[in-house]
Design a protein. Sequence first.
Length: 545
Amino acid sequence: MGMNKKPIQYNISFPNVWGGGQILAFSGIDGTTDFENGLCFRTLHDGIGLELMLPAGAKIVFGQGLPEKVVLTSDVIDIVVRTERVRGAFLDALHFLMEGECTIVEKSEKIAVKQEKNITLIGVEGFFVPSKIDAALNSVIASRLRWLNSLNVPSLFSSDERRSFLKAASIMKSQVCTPSGFIKHRWTTPDRWPHRRMWLWDSAYHAIGWRHLDIEIARECIESVFDSQFEDGRISCTCGPDIRTEETQPPVLGTAVMAIDSVVPDVQWLKEMYMGLCRYVTWDIHNRSSVGGLLGWHTEKNSASCRCGESGMDNSPRFDGHVPLNAVDFNSYAALECENLCRIARKLGKNEDAVLWNKRYKHFSRSINQRLWNEEIGIYMDCCAETGEQTGVLSGAGFLPLICGASARYQAERLARHLKIPGYFATALPLATVSPRQPEFYSKDMWRGPAWVNLNWLIHKGFLRYGFEVECKTIADKTLKEIERCYKKYGTFFEFYDDSAQVDPPDLLRKGKNEPGSSYNQVIHDYGWTAALYVDWKHHMLSMC
């Protein structure tokens, strides 16, 4: 038997919180992933064990009660339950090896299992290699943890911060997949389950975090999105080795490209990304323009639970009326992308291109202020594309013109004031996606009130552009502290958080319901951009010290 007699010892700062819904999967950093057949587990919500989510079902139960000791990363488990130690790791994408007492129930016929004494090998029928049960588990665990061990975690971090940072990095590691189908580069997914495929704006945020950990993976996060680009320039909202969707998503790729270039400048790489960016932003301008020359999202008119997946703000009350909108977020993203393309064109010596992109940037910025600014309240709002009438919804998206510099100084000051006025956006955890002042729109449901890390990150960048240091620090500090608090309690990074900081994420609604363990009606656990932007923000905060 290949098991080492003396179990491996761990760095004391490894993630050590047990909680339901944490995802375990083999990473493209360690070898070849398998989109169709690869194993993907999550920790049980109702007991101590693992539930196999992909490619078929099974439950591995270790016991009841909280573990006394825990090491839990995205590909290694080592816990003690009532003096019994259970540990395991991925051998590859198709095999998971464990040592310790366990019970396997509800096993699909597509899953193969071999057990000898207290050793268990789990794999995929048709690809199962029984002899892998003899692998040396200590060596496998050490191999899986090598990348985390190699990270340069800032020495100024407290022990809790180190664990949160390594948990974030572990989540990010799990979401790296190897080339498959028409995706020719390593790519990332918002979560290995349930989203599973590649998403446009998620990939951009992932790249922004990865630039601090591995610049090549950061670049591939973007390159893989362009692998899916259509001949006409469109990029799908969702893409997998097997599909591309008709809808698109927020154009934030240029923001990620510039963020990567700010860490490791590379003119040749900018040149390679430039044409794809140009074609995509041009496609948006030609295919999503509406009356007044501003952009509007495609909406799902007949859907009760997802009105505008293309915007990324799926169920926001902004889209309840199913009216074609001049969307404040879309035009802010587009203006920033035009500004980014202008800067890249200048770096590449494409002066005529730079003039064109600057002209488009100014058009969007000017039109945002002409049609979307509400002088009475002091915030930006969507308006009906045909009538020009503003929707009246006080949304977090109303702060986004800050990111492209469209706002005049007095407008930025009025937006900043909303973070201090109770009833608008002065919530315990900024920034509410819908103001609690509007109970007819606000709820504890996804984009209808709860705070999202990516929106906070963008608005932080917007206020930073105007030099509003107090507002920046407030948003960043409170967001990071809530992420860390919830990690210590639940062991995971969530998709969104309660803006009032009163309801923990597992109890929030998702598209109208809360069904613990659901793939659709509960906040997603081990969420990619929460982890990636946490890493980016922690580096930013250190640079400000």
